[in-house]
Design a protein around this ligand. Structure first.
Ligand code: SF4
Ligand code: SF4
Length: 102
């Protein structure tokens, strides 16, 4: 029997890409993924997807090979922090400005 003093709480909002707006040019780092370490990419099956789950701007796809929407990614590094196999690293934007291969 449900105790009426407690109600089931659900989120009233649904995160969507770009809820915090386009990032513009101020991001200082961007995530780069190593698919040879990423569990779903290696196994070909959906697995942890913690990068997708924790991204505060819904900028990661929940796909076998997760991808980042750099239009909206803020470069916060949460995805890299949460990845259990350290498949994501944060790379300074200046590395891309120099045209370095990643
Ligand atoms: S959290 Fe890491 S291992 Fe899991 S899907 Fe994302 S990149 Fe792959
Ligand atoms: S760096 Fe932050 S905003 Fe960008 S994909 Fe990772 S968690 Fe999302």
């Amino acid at each position: 029997m449900v105790d009426s003093r407690f109600k089931v709480l659900t989120s009233a909002s649904t995160a969507g890409p770009g809820d915090a707006g386009r990032t513009g040019s101020w991001r200082v780092e961007r995530p780069v993924i190593d698919y040879s370490r990423c569990t779903p990419a290696k196994s070909g099956r959906h697995a942890c997807h913690l990068c997708w789950l924790y991204c505060p701007d819904a900028a990661v796809t929940k796909t076998i090979e997760p991808t980042f929407d750099l239009e909206y990614c803020k470069g916060c590094g949460i995805c890299a922090e949460e990845c259990p196999v350290k498949a994501i690293r944060m790379v300074p934007e200046e590395e891309f400005e120099k045209g370095d291969e990643q």
